[in-house]
Design a protein around this ligand. Structure first.
Ligand code: SF4
Length: 280
């Protein structure tokens, strides 16, 4: 059933493609450099985003039917090539996305954004444009099948974004600390899952393994699930490069043994083909 190469999700869904860089985590945005360039989609404020096709959207309905038949709850990462809280998107697109989430109760939507502070305004616009799902959410009804998540690449983003994430009514919340750009000490109250990872690509900034270890320990102490996704293309430890054959540092067998942690909170199963640490 899993068809996404991203280890912590089963499927990825992009309601549209395009975005604007907002913080240091965006510096080497692979969506802009890859898909954007390939399909001639310009990133930036005021640039038109490209909505994906109606046939593509129908895939989510098919995943939902399949999940209902199998009695599982696959995770769907929404927005690997966009940000679902992008203010440059017409309100009707976000309304339609939220309606789709309402029509797929057997999926676990992972809504990741670098703009959690815009949730109220943009979901409010979606509600005004006729979205029943948006209106219920805005009224405080947390959707049972959607997680709210935000990216936290450094301490400044931890302090700025996590409090705004916590204002979003949500059954579950998660942090994506990828690319992790420095040591962080996030307040994990109200958070269910933390994903850690280093940056990929030729220009990848270093991930010091000690930052990931520290994050893992903070999660353990707070009773929060920790999922180490990858060490990235430039892992170091105490200033020394760590050699890994996998381009993204994504093979747990090449990691220091104590970092091979891929936990998920209850209610969402671990994707069947995720490679887990030996002995876990
Ligand atoms: S928010 Fe995500 S998609 Fe948008 S520019 Fe930043 S990294 Fe790229």
């Amino acid at each position: 059933m899993k068809d996404s190469s991203i280890q912590w999700t089963d499927h990825t869904f992009n309601p549209w493609i395009g975005c604007t860089r907002v913080s240091p985590g965006c510096q080497n945005c692979y969506a802009e450099g890859g898909y954007g360039r390939r399909f001639g989609i310009e990133w930036g404020p005021g640039k038109p985003r490209r909505r994906t096709t109606a046939d593509y959207w129908k895939q989510a309905l098919a995943w939902d039917r399949q999940a209902a038949r199998k009695g599982v709850i696959p995770r769907v990462f929404c927005g690997s090539l966009c940000d679902w809280l992008d203010p440059d998107v017409p309100p009707e697109w976000r309304r339609d996305l939220l309606e789709l989430i309402g029509r797929t109760p057997n999926l676990g939507w992972m809504l990741l954004s670098k703009r959690p502070q815009l949730w109220r305004r943009l979901v409010g616009q979606a509600a005004k444009s006729g979205g029943a799902f948006a209106a219920r959410w805005l009224a405080g009804e947390a959707p049972h099948n959607a997680w709210a998540g935000t990216t936290v690449e450094d301490q400044r983003r931890a302090e700025g974004r996590i409090p705004r994430l916590l204002e979003i009514p949500a059954a579950r919340r998660f942090l994506s600390c990828e690319p992790l750009l420095g040591p962080i000490a996030p307040d994990l109250g109200g958070v269910d899952l933390v994903i850690g990872g280093g940056e990929s690509g030729k220009r990848a900034r270093p991930l010091d393994i000690r930052w990931a270890r520290d994050l893992r320990d903070r999660c353990r102490d707070a009773g929060v699930a920790f999922f180490m996704k990858q060490c990235g293309s430039n892992p170091v430890e105490s200033g020394r490069p760590l050699e890994m054959k996998d381009d993204h540092g994504g093979d747990p067998d090449e990691w220091p043994e104590d970092l091979r942690v891929r936990e998920m909170p209850g209610a969402f199963r671990t994707p069947a083909r995720v490679k887990t640490a030996k002995g876990q």
